[in-house]
Design a protein. Structure first.
Length: 851
């Protein structure tokens, strides 16, 4: 039969445990194993069959089982405990949440967070990798902290693919359809009580999306789906898959995410006070907000002031392919009817997002996002610096250190990633409520030594055993599918040994992550892996993007190594890396390996998950590990530098990798005391937990976003709306005037050019600025100085110069005294930037003149 409708019918539920439904529809269970256990323990086999999805589970579980549970006192006791916790979480009482305690007056504001993917749980495959996991963790923590927060994205019915590996080692992408009636989502309802349906115009047609609501603890995610009437079949596929299809599909998806997403929030009656663009995919949302304001009578320049005042953009990758750009013919086709609604000409519209690296201008989503948001950040200190360099061209004249892109280092949602056994250990030896102290470094400093070595080690061995069992199951399934004989299958039952040093390597197979670096010197690797006294085994897992042939080739190579006589049983490749597998790997391996090409790993988060479970990291000093590594919480690979030649870099990094593995890591791991406990290794484990758990937690991260960006932007967004946007008009008018006259500006500096000073002495510096139509108050003239290394001067100090007088020729004179703080070689200069009390950022206009 051709399917027209699909309805999930639940069995009769005994009233005593009826709330199992309610619980199933809140992803709160995804970070509370005891809540998942209310389902899984009823029928463990079915729980596996339904992919750990409680909604599907309830539709298929036998009524007899439910009846039994409803009269089982032990089950009911657990049921009551979980629901009690759930109720207290959802309604925290007068004490409130962190946000309501810290910012009581802002609890009626809304932070809207746009992301193309959300990685919340394996049962909801609407994520592909680190970006999605980060979004999912961000939402969970926003809920924990009590932020007034909503997420906006897609409910991809086919999501990201499941991976199968063929006999030849080829990756095959399997798309399974997620039936929404069996997912923990409900249709979103607007203030009028109707289900929300929105539309956007694409070339020659209007396409519609239904909006679904997914509850993540206290916060809702609004997820769009285009598989609805009356869309044409091709348009129904628009939101079918994540990152699939051609450029037209991509731009259509991004139009739906950005423009459709704004319309969805409007239809829901939600008025965000802050807009957070998680990666450039959502950048069209700023255009849509401008369009709304232009429709209300503003100019584009005014609208832009309003939009930038309360929006934040987080960039996630320095890899060029990760920054979407579109050709102008595509922009003409998709936005030809749109720029007029912004009051812009084609040229003006294109100029906003223009990116030109010498082979022709394109429309860059990262450029658009940077230009139409007021605050921007990268995801680790190093990535912040790399991003400032990468996008410096948008602020010509600014020193790279002054480019307004900050950084907040990523973190992970602790309770989503901690193994239950480690959680129990922390409860016992740190504090029953240790979760209240996640980001309090002093708490960890003071208590980590309370955990006895043997308790930590034996807990770790329990996790290791579970990983080994998981891996054997997975290999068995994989090879049964491939039709292998029982002899070979039996081999897998023996694979992986608890006494071996097990190294975990799991992440997307993107080429910059260099999954095969370890194989650069095969003979050396053979020696390392084939020492019978000190066995070492490595588990690999990860998906390559279906269109990434070089990424897929890496999988093939590793697959062949895993089948070769010398590495069989020592190199293990597991298929279909997902959140479920990640939980086993980051808590059951002994060591977490990461060896990307520095500086392409913007942050990386899997190593943070590993560290909080007591796994030391062994990684390139890139992304978060460049901040996390302290010499005794894991090991580094290579040096803290970049190379021009990637082959040279790979030689240097792999040599360092083998050396450290042979000379430090393996001897430390296999150094057991008389009780059979590797005490030196355990010192590394504890140091990993102590240093990384607080610093690389999602709690620290979301608090940082809140205090540094969300709260100031809420305030600014509110201030700017007063008196019917009076400030905006003033500011937009002023900027226009400044832009017009800036080219006429001339700057003369007069001060000592060469010479010596004794410490404590000073020199006078004078500057004259001549400019049409601008007053001295509209200029910020700064004396800038800093250390001079060889020929490179670092601007470290900027001292405002004092306006003295208007000279007879009309020039403004400014004075300052330069008095160096320390001895050494210094350089100085003078610069002028436009200044206005309503500017958010000193450099937001991108205008600067140096002496
Ligand atoms: C954490 C995680 C990632 C991101 O890992 P990186 O080390 O940052 O690449 C990707 N996929 C899954 C399933 C994860 O759990």
């Amino acid at each position: 039969m051709k399917v027209y409708g699909r309805i999930t019918v639940f069995p009769d539920m005994p009233p005593r445990i009826n709330r199992l439904y309610e619980l199933a529809y809140n992803l709160w269970w995804s970070w509370h194993p005891e809540a998942r256990a209310l389902y899984s323990t009823l029928d463990p086999e079915l729980w596996e069959t339904v992919g750990h999805n409680p909604v599907r589970f309830l539709s298929e579980v036998s009524p007899v089982i439910l009846e039994k549970a409803a009269s089982n006192p032990e089950y009911l006791r657990q049921f009551d405990t979980v629901l009690n916790d759930f109720d207290r979480y959802m309604h925290p009482g007068p004490e409130g949440t962190w946000f309501s305690r810290t910012y009581p007056s802002l609890t009626d504001k809304t932070i809207a967070y746009f992301s193309a993917e959300f990685g919340l749980h394996e049962a909801l495959p609407i994520y592909s990798g680190g970006l999605g996991i980060l979004s999912g963790d961000h939402c969970k923590e926003a809920s924990d902290l009590g932020l007034p927060f909503v997420g906006v994205g897609f409910l991809y019915p086919q999501g990201y693919f499941s991976q199968q590996i063929t006999r030849e080692g080829r990756q095959e992408a399997i798309y399974e359809k997620l039936h929404f009636s069996q997912a923990p989502v409900v249709p979103a309802v607007g203030p009028d009580g109707h289900e929300v349906m929105i539309s956007v115009d694409l070339p020659g047609r209007r396409i519609y999306a239904k909006v679904w609501r997914l509850m993540v603890g206290r916060i809702p995610l609004y997820l769009m789906d285009t598989d609805v009437e009356p869309n044409a079949p091709a348009d129904r596929e628009l939101s079918a898959r994540l990152y699939a299809g051609d450029r037209e599909m991509r731009i259509s998806q991004e139009i739906m995410l950005g423009i459709g997403g704004v319309r969805a929030l409007r239809a829901l009656g939600i008025e965000p006070a802050v807009w957070h663009l998680n990666e450039g995919h959502a950048a069209f949302l700023s255009l849509e907000r401008c369009r709304e304001l232009v429709a209300q009578g503003m100019t584009f320049d005014e609208a832009r002031e309003v939009v930038t005042a309360n929006s934040l953009f987080t960039t996630h990758t320095p890899v060029p392919a990760g920054n979407d750009t579109f050709n102008y013919d595509l922009i003409d086709k998709y936005f030809g009817a749109y720029w007029g609604q912004l009051g812009l000409t084609r040229d003006q519209f294109l100029e906003v997002a223009r990116e030109d690296h010498g082979w022709g201008a394109t429309y860059g989503m990262t450029v658009l996002a940077l230009r139409l948001t007021g605050q921007h950040n990268g995801v680790s200190a190093l990535h912040g610096a790399v991003s400032r360099k990468m996008w410096q061209f948008l602020w010509p004249g600014l020193d790279v250190d002054d480019v307004p892109i900050g950084s907040i280092t990523n973190g992970v949602h602790t309770f989503s990633w901690i193994a239950p056994e480690i959680n129990a250990l922390f409860q016992r030896y740190l504090a029953p409520d240790w979760g209240e102290h996640i980001d309090d470094a002093a708490f960890w400093d003071n208590r980590i030594q309370n955990i006895p070595d043997d308790a930590l080690w034996h807990t770790h061995l329990q996790r290791k055993k579970q990983l080994i069992e998981y891996a054997r199951r997975s290999l068995r399934e994989q090879h049964l599918r491939l039709g292998e004989g029982s002899f070979q299958i039996a081999e897998f039952e023996q694979m992986l040994k608890p006494e071996a040093l097990i190294i975990g390597f799991a992440r997307r197979f993107a080429t910059y992550k260099r999954a095969t670096l370890l194989f650069r010197d095969i003979e050396r690797l053979k020696r390392i892996l084939n020492d019978p006294e000190r066995p070492v085994q490595i588990i690999f897992a990860g998906k390559a993007h279906p269109a990434d042939e070089p990424g897929k080739a890496l999988i093939e190579q590793i697959y062949h190594h895993s089948r070769s006589p010398e590495f069989k049983g020592k190199i293990i490749l597991l298929e279909n890396y997902d959140i479920d597998m990640a939980r086993y790997l980051v808590s059951g391996a002994d060591l977490w390996l990461n060896n990307p090409i520095r500086p392409y790993e913007a942050s990386g988060t899997s190593g943070q998950k590993a560290a909080l479970n007591g796994l030391p990291n062994f990684s390139i000093l890139d992304g978060w590990w460049a901040e996390g590594y302290n010499g005794s919480n894991g090991w580094s690979i290579g040096e803290e530098r970049e190379y021009h030649d990637q082959e040279v870099q790979a030689d240097a990094d792999s040599a360092s990798l083998y050396d450290t593995l042979e000379n430090e890591i393996i001897p430390t791991f296999f150094n057991y005391d008389e009780r059979g406990i590797p005490t030196r290794w355990i010192a590394y484990m504890k140091e990993a937990i102590r240093t990384c758990t607080p610093q690389f937690s999602m709690r620290r991260m979301v608090k940082e976003y809140t205090t540094r960006y969300y709260v100031p932007e809420i305030e600014q967004g509110t201030a700017i709306q007063q008196n019917n946007y009076e400030r905006v008009r003033t500011l937009a008018r002023w900027k226009k005037r400044v832009q017009q006259h800036w080219p006429s500006l001339q700057l003369y500096v007069n001060g000592q050019r060469e010479g010596q000073l004794s410490l404590g002495e000073s020199i006078e510096v004078h500057a004259w600025v001549r400019v049409n139509e601008l007053t001295p108050e509209e200029l910020l003239v700064e004396l800038v100085y800093g250390d001079l290394y060889e020929e490179h001067a670092r601007p470290q100090y900027a001292v405002p110069m004092r306006y003295v007088q208007r000279e007879q020729d009309g020039a403004y004179r400014f004075d300052a005294v330069l008095q160096p703080e320390a001895s050494g070689s210094i350089a100085y200069n003078v610069r002028v930037v436009p200044s206005h009390p309503l500017l958010t950022e000193k450099y937001e206009m991108g205008l600067i003149r140096w002496g």
